[in-house]
Design a protein around this ligand. Structure first.
Ligand code: SF4
Length: 416
């Protein structure tokens, strides 16, 4: 497909029609002009309707910059230097939870399918982008304490959003919706009168989620939403997000450095390193059978809740200084399988297909010309199998966080 042409048509993989919601192509972002830092480099990423996409990577790998760029929230000295980002603005209520959209012209449950309006997020005028931001693309930021206005009560914060975007609502209707939104995220409506500093960290983050959901968006971008919370609250909030996603059918771009968390909630995981996307795959396939050495290192960097204590090896070395990114494959100084060509030339993005579906890896080892080490050639769970599905759909079947690590120990060749 030519650069600058939106995808428009649906793609079909596992029998379900997958329609694009956000399509990012060739996105590059720099900080500064003289001696710029290349924070995001040539990233392709598509989020489909109803899909949960996890974006993982160490601090400084470009995850948050990517999210700020596509929502046009990037501040100086950040600058988008290349790429496209299209948002497919489908009619509200036209998505079905089973993943199948309605056939063109067909009706189901009284909802008629229509073609989406396409918003060019990087080139359309600011007003066009502002129209879909929050109402269709909502962002939950990292630190709720700093993101919430400290001098406004929770009720006023919610009311401001509704007043600005839902012009037809009366004051009473807005108050009723604000109370409903708080209840949706597990907070008593009497907290509408509270100031942010009167709430716990978990409650503040829930208020952020309520604000994000106020206009029933079709895409929720969550930038490390639970990082500052303890694991119990973190888990509660994740379960709530997944239940809400199940109920309202929105898609999620979940940004975190915690890969183990994504295994539970995401359909697809994309891993970034030094500004580039280095691997993308169905979540369980990525965890049980990574194809990129960096992903392999990440999957071996967190402990199991089961079995004997083990020494964690982690990944040798440190992430590179983005002002002096190593030549060729930027991971080569830390890679156990580095070859001479790795330092000389950037590998092509290898498009791979296996029993888990389609996936990609930015590594010379996966170009079809090299012998792939057994650690990077493990057979993944088959597409559609129970083992391939995320755990936390609807929250009802969720086991303890990191249960999958135990499962991984049973995967042949997965050396932990
Ligand atoms: Fe390692 Fe080379 Fe692959 Fe980079 S391209 S991850 S250095 S094997």
């Amino acid at each position: 497909m030519a650069k600058g042409t939106p995808m428009r048509s649906a793609t079909s993989t596992d029998g379900h029609v997958r329609e694009p919601l956000l399509e990012i192509r060739g996105l590059s972002v720099d900080y500064g002009i003289d001696d710029p830092v290349h924070a995001v480099v040539d990233v392709d990423l598509t989020i489909h309707r109803g899909e949960v996409v996890g974006l993982a990577g160490e601090s400084g790998s470009g995850k948050s910059t990517l999210a700020y760029a596509v929502t046009r929230l990037l501040r100086d000295p950040g600058m988008i230097t290349a790429g496209d980002a299209y948002f497919y603005d489908w009619p509200k209520g036209s998505y079905r939870e089973d993943g199948d959209s309605l056939a063109p012209g067909a009706e189901a449950n009284g909802v008629r399918r229509a073609e989406p309006a396409i918003v060019d997020l990087l080139s359309d005028d600011r007003e066009a982008v502002r129209r879909v931001r929050w109402s269709e693309i909502a962002v939950v930021f990292q630190s709720a304490l700093h993101a919430l206005n400290p001098v406004l009560r929770v009720g006023r914060l919610l009311d401001d959003v509704l007043r600005y975007h839902e012009h037809g609502m009366s004051r009473q209707q807005r108050q009723a919706r604000a109370a409903e939104l708080l209840q949706l995220v597990g907070i008593s409506p009497d907290r509408l009168r509270s100031y942010p500093h009167e709430l716990s960290g978990g409650m503040r983050q829930r208020v952020m989620i309520a604000l994000a959901l106020a206009l029933w968006p079709s895409l929720l971008i969550m930038d490390e939403p639970t990082t500052a919370l303890d694991v119990v609250i973190q888990r509660e909030i994740l379960e709530e997000i997944m239940q809400l996603r199940q109920r309202f059918g929105f898609s999620v771009l979940f940004i975190t450095h915690d890969l183990s968390l994504l295994i539970e909630i995401a359909d697809t995981i994309a891993v970034m390193y030094a500004g580039r996307l280095v691997e993308q795959a169905p979540a369980k396939a990525l965890f049980h059978a990574p194809r990129h050495p960096y992903t392999y290192g990440l999957t071996r960097s967190f402990p199991s809740l089961h079995g004997e204590k083990r020494v964690m090896n982690g990944i040798e070395g440190s992430p590179p200084d983005l002002r002096r990114v190593p030549s060729g494959c930027s991971f080569h100084p830390r890679c156990a399988w580095a070859m001479p060509e790795c330092a000389a030339t950037l590998p092509p993005m290898a498009e791979l297909r296996d029993v888990s579906g389609t996936r990609s890896a930015l590594c010379w080892l996966q170009d079809g010309q090299h012998r792939v080490p057994p650690e990077l050639a493990v057979t993944p769970p088959a597409l559609g199998s129970a083992a391939a599905r995320p755990n936390m759909r609807g929250g009802s079947t969720a086991g303890p966080v990191r249960d999958d690590v135990a499962a991984a120990e049973e995967v042949p060749g997965h050396d932990r």
